[in-house]
Design a protein around this ligand. Structure first.
Ligand SMILES: [Ca+2]
Ligand SMILES: [Ca+2]
Length: 326
């Protein structure tokens, strides 16, 4: 692990005294992926009360739900169990085809009344719930897709992840989609598609495989009412974690640009050297002391994965409330 100390530059003028800190390859995972449905088989260990596995295609599992009461899906059998005391937040990107009152997640072993409620939209959207009463070490999760009156329909899941705290994640885990957060997405520039349009190609098998057509590639996060989130709340989210690799190492630099609602000039930026090999690395950006980040809601976010014309793969981009460094 090495640490890079990097100043936040404001409109390319003066370096702020309060700097973001970038840690490369911190040894502790800040999220655990329970399921991401990357294989075309049925990953739930058991299905009860009329739930039927239909398929897992393009990274999204589909289940049909009949009109039987109390449909349930079980996700368990993880080696060593799940340490819910360190990962008490469950993050699910899912959808249900019919209007519904949302579902529930129960840490296993299931105890009556010890669960978290998750809402479900009719298009895939990211949701997160904190399990306030949980076993220290659990076997897995029981997922009740829809509570209350039983409604037949199609239930879809992109992933189930447990996190240390509140997390906005872009997992690139659904083929052809960069969507995450609630239903936010990235717009591309100089990435092979039409400039200024949603990135829809190159996302496959859990990563975004980007092929810049110049040394000025950009991924611009769409933050609008139509996509769910209009801003990133810097009072909650204090860290950004990017896991990526470059396929043709050439001493590139990754750059995060952001702007808060109170910024009256240009964006702030954080640059970090990309590790000069072809392996995946995590870049964990600590923004707790960054004056610009903490000056208001973040309503503009852009990531330039590299300043070279070099192919890259991004596994995820996450905004974390809390992390572990060691
Ligand atoms: Ca997936
Ligand atoms: Ca991923």
């Amino acid at each position: 692990m090495k640490k890079l100390f990097i100043s936040t530059l404001i409109a390319s003028t003066c370096a702020s005294a309060f700097a973001a800190v970038v840690t490369v390859d911190a040894p502790q995972a800040n999220s655990l992926i329970l399921e991401n449905f990357s294989a075309p088989s049925d990953p739930s260990s058991e299905q009860r009360n009329g739930v039927r596995f239909v398929s897992a295609q393009d990274g999204v599992a589909k289940y049909s739900i009949t009109d039987r009461a109390d449909p349930q899906l079980f996700f368990d059998g993880y080696v060593g169990g799940i340490d819910f005391s360190n990962y008490p937040h469950v993050r699910i990107r899912h959808s249900f085809s019919e209007p519904n009152k949302g579902g529930s997640v129960y840490p296993m072993p299931v105890r009556e009344g010890k669960m978290g409620k998750v809402s479900i939209n009719n298009t895939l959207a990211g949701r997160q719930v904190m399990l306030e009463e949980y076993p220290q070490l659990g076997q897995g999760l029981r997922l009740d897709p829809v509570d209350g009156e039983h409604v037949p329909g199609e239930y879809c899941i992109d992933y189930i992840i447990v996190d240390r705290g509140r997390t906005l994640g872009f997992e690139f885990d659904q083929t052809g989609s960069t969507r995450g957060g609630l239903n936010n997405f990235f717009i591309g520039n100089n990435l092979g598609g039409e400039n200024g349009k949603e990135i829809v190609s190159g996302i496959d098998r859990g990563v975004f495989n980007g092929k810049p057509v110049s040394s000025d590639s950009m991924m611009i996060l769409q933050l609008t009412p139509a996509t769910g989130l209009t801003a990133i709340n810097s009072k909650i989210y204090k860290f950004i974690e990017i896991r990526m690799r470059v396929l043709e190492p050439q001493q590139g630099v990754g750059t995060v640009f952001f702007r808060s609602e109170t910024a009256n000039s240009g964006s702030s930026k954080i640059e970090f050297d990309l590790v000069d090999d072809e392996y995946f690395h995590t870049y964990l950006i600590d923004l707790r002391e960054d004056a610009s980040w903490n000056s208001g809601m973040i309503n503009s976010f852009r990531f330039d994965p590299t300043n070279r014309k070099q192919a890259f793969e991004i596994d995820h981009i996450r905004f974390y409330e809390t992390v572990k460094f060691k």
